[in-house]
Design a protein around this ligand. Structure first.
Ligand code: BT5
Length: 271
């Protein structure tokens, strides 16, 4: 089968890890509805850092009820169980930690990407990875957080549904090379833990914010901010120290937008 098997070797993925707790225990599924849904179930009994990974998802989920196409054996679909013990608003920043970890891991593989705040990773103006962070509550307090990451690794053009081919790509399509899913997974988890520990212990998110700025697709761009049925146009000035987008709106007002609140689109389309 050579270097790029069509099934993920958990043993091999673990050989790349140098984490203390992230990904040390892995639940592997050949097929599953959604790794986030499974991780939510497991979060009630499992400890922080446990990973759920699947070869394919039959009901992969995006934000706001959208779906995530997850063809078999070619992508990375995984969810990390986290127990950050902080208020929900702060936990929302974990999406940026995920985006920073994926971007650094891809940079390490020689692949240049952009972060489309807050949860998309982009190559050549097309989406290659999406992140879905979900919080579970117990007696009105956050009990756990699931960070789900989906990456189009070795998908060919035909694996991407026609309806999204103009806005989605894969690492293989973009680089003309197959990528080892195991080494990429290991590297993402290593970066993730290195950013997550200071955040959990001291609320320190400085490094991921710096990376979000450095890799930002949006800073300097004119965008449409969509909140439910409302839409506003503005120019993105920066990402602030809380991970919010700082925007100068068309009426001259400067305001912050937090990640749960809005979708960002280009003036004439996806970006
Ligand atoms: C996201 O949502 O980007 C979050 C995706 C998270 C997926 C992971 S996979 C592991 C874990 N388990 C899950 O069930 N989910 C997580 P959003 O920003 O709402 O983007 C969704 C939109 O992206 C869809 O409406 C499509 O337009 C597009 N899309 C769907 N599948 C895609 C794919 N494979 N590649 C690129 N774009 C896709």
């Amino acid at each position: 089968m050579g270097q790029f098997r069509n099934t993920l070797s958990i043993h091999k993925a673990k050989s790349y890890l140098h984490t203390d707790f992230i990904g040390r225990k892995i639940y592997y599924f050949n097929t599953i509805d959604s790794t986030n849904t499974k991780a939510k179930e497991l979060a009630l009994e499992e400890r922080e850092g446990v990973l759920v990974v699947a070869e394919e998802q039959t009901k992969g989920r995006g934000r706001l009820g959208r779906d995530w196409t997850s063809p078999k054996g070619k992508g990375l679909y995984f969810s990390i169980i986290l127990k950050p013990n902080m208020e929900a608003e702060k936990i929302g920043q974990i999406t940026l930690i995920g985006a920073a970890a994926v971007s650094k891991a891809l940079e390490e593989q020689g692949i240049g990407v952009k972060i489309k705040w807050p949860n998309d990773i982009i190559i050549n103006n097309k989406k290659v990875c999406g992140i879905l962070t979900e919080i579970g509550f117990l007696s009105n307090k956050p009990h756990y957080c699931i960070m789900g990451i989906g990456i189009n690794v070795n998908l060919d053009r035909e694996d991407i549904p026609e309806g999204i081919r103009d806005k989605a790509t894969s690492l293989k399509i973009a680089t003309n090379k197959k990528i080892s899913r195991e080494s990429l997974l290991g590297s993402i988890l290593n970066y993730f833990e290195s950013f997550y520990v200071p955040f959990k212990e001291k609320g320190d998110i400085l490094k991921p914010i710096e990376i979000s700025r450095e890799f930002s697709l949006l800073i300097g761009k004119k965008v449409r901010l969509i909140k439910g049925k409302q839409e506003e146009i503005g120019r993105v000035l920066n990402i602030n120290e809380k991970g919010e987008l700082v925007v100068k709106f068309s009426d001259g007002r400067i305001g912050e937008v937090f990640s749960g609140e809005a979708s960002v689109r280009g003036i004439n389309g996806y970006i």
